[in-house]
Design a protein around this ligand. Structure first.
Ligand SMILES: Cc1ncc(COP(=O)(O)O)c(C=O)c1O
Length: 390
């Protein structure tokens, strides 16, 4: 007789699926079957990484040996990232505080483990990037949703943070500016206030700056400009077009560097060396990367006009990143079913808002405009025809 299986999934692993990835998988299946699918579902640049990065990687591979690096990353890349802080924000940054990670995703794990204990409460804006909630939960921390909406430009303010902290103390707050899925950029003065309030109350401030460089008005403020006690998370995935290379970085308060290094030694050993070499080279490809950014700007301007015209509502200000977050047009039902119909009938993949906002997400969809402008224009025309039908 078979014994009952001793295998069970842990309680902590019970996190939501990332539905944008599921939509991408379905779109890929349709593409493989020969259908003319345009994906606005996943937040990744359609442009490939600039040639400088590929050339550097090729040269490195020819030398033959790709190995472990220091857990904190290659010294030359840490120095290059520190120099970039001077160029981008006018602040001096010690390379000692820079830690290279396996994408910002690994950076979040390290940052949360380094700074928080089980049961600690960390505030996040909702709608927001779903992995924040999922990683926090899997690590035994408590994500605290602060719901924001179109009437307040989807902005998590210092007042809202303080109100939440007064209800029940918070140990952390995570702000992304620009944000995913809304594209909202937190204005500089509000950003500084958030940091001051957090520090005044003993709340650890985590700044997700992965969409820096993809801002279409005033540049986004960096936590580095105001404090050396915040944890900054960044990545080569978005502006630098290196999603698949899995390389990002943290800037840590000095007292957490050794803590995160010890954790990384055991959790990841080191970030991938080849990717670090390519990442260092891509930091000199500003002209090419800015030209790619300009294509997003054109896409953004197209969507800003077209989306309200064809019926989308409550559109978040399309300020940065490469997303438009919009209410499902009147009478078109709930987002999950709507996105499924749009994919089946127009072959345009969009993401239901349920990934980003468990409570209100069925009223919203996210459209990523990181694709080529002709693709985005075609997608808009398909949506226009679909929505014109009764
Ligand atoms: C806001 C935000 N942070 C972090 C990430 C994770 O990116 P990566 O692990 O590729 O650096 C994403 C990916 O979409 C994101 O949107």
């Amino acid at each position: 007789m078979d014994l009952p299986s001793p295998v069970r999934a842990s309680r902590r692993s019970n996190v939501d699926p990332f539905r944008a990835m599921d939509v991408m998988a379905e779109a890929n299946r349709m593409k493989a079957a020969g259908l003319p699918v345009i994906s606005l579902a996943v937040g990744q640049p359609s442009a490939s990484v600039p040639a400088q990065a590929l050339d550097a990687a090729r040269r490195f591979m020819e030398a033959g040996r790709i190995g472990y690096t220091d857990a904190l990353g290659r010294a030359s890349l840490r120095e290059r990232i520190a120099r970039q802080a001077v160029a981008a924000y006018g602040v001096a940054l010690s390379p000692e505080r820079v830690m290279v990670t396996t994408g910002s995703s690994a950076g979040f794990n390290l940052a949360f483990l380094a700074a928080f204990d089980e049961g600690d409460r960390v505030a996040i804006a909702t709608p927001g990037y779903p992995a924040y909630r999922n990683i926090l939960r899997a690590l035994g921390l408590v994500p605290v949703d602060i719901c924001v909406d179109a009437t307040e430009g989807y902005l998590l303010t210092a007042d809202r943070l303080l109100a939440e902290h007064r209800l029940e103390p918070l140990q952390g707050v995570l702000i992304a500016s620009p944000a995913n899925p809304t594209g909202t950029v937190t204005p500089r003065a509000e950003f500084e206030r958030l940091i001051r309030v957090a520090e005044g109350e003993g709340i650890t401030f985590i700044s997700d700056e992965i969409y820096h460089g993809l801002v279409f008005g005033e540049p986004a403020a960096s936590a580095l400009e105001f404090t050396d006690r915040a944890i900054l998370v960044n990545s080569f995935s978005k502006y630098y077009c290196m999603t698949g290379w899995r390389v990002g970085w943290l800037v840590l308060p000095p007292e957490l560097v050794r803590v995160a290094e010890r954790l990384a030694q055991s959790l990841y050993i080191s970030p991938p060396e080849l990717s670090q070499v390519a990442a260092e080279a891509v930091m000199d490809a500003t002209a090419e990367l800015d030209a790619i950014r300009d294509t997003y700007d054109a896409n953004r301007r197209l969507l800003e006009v077209a989306l309200p015209e064809i019926g989308f509502r409550d559109i978040a200000p399309v300020d940065g990143a490469f997303y438009a977050y919009a209410g499902v047009p009147e009478g078109k039902g709930q987002a999950t079913a709507f996105a499924r119909r749009v994919l089946a009938e127009t072959h345009v993949a969009i993401t239901p808002g349920t990934d980003f906002d468990p409570a209100r997400g069925e009223d919203f969809v996210r459209l990523s405009y990181a694709g080529h402008p002709t693709e985005i224009a075609t997608a808009v025309e398909r949506l226009r025809r679909f929505l014109a039908k009764p």
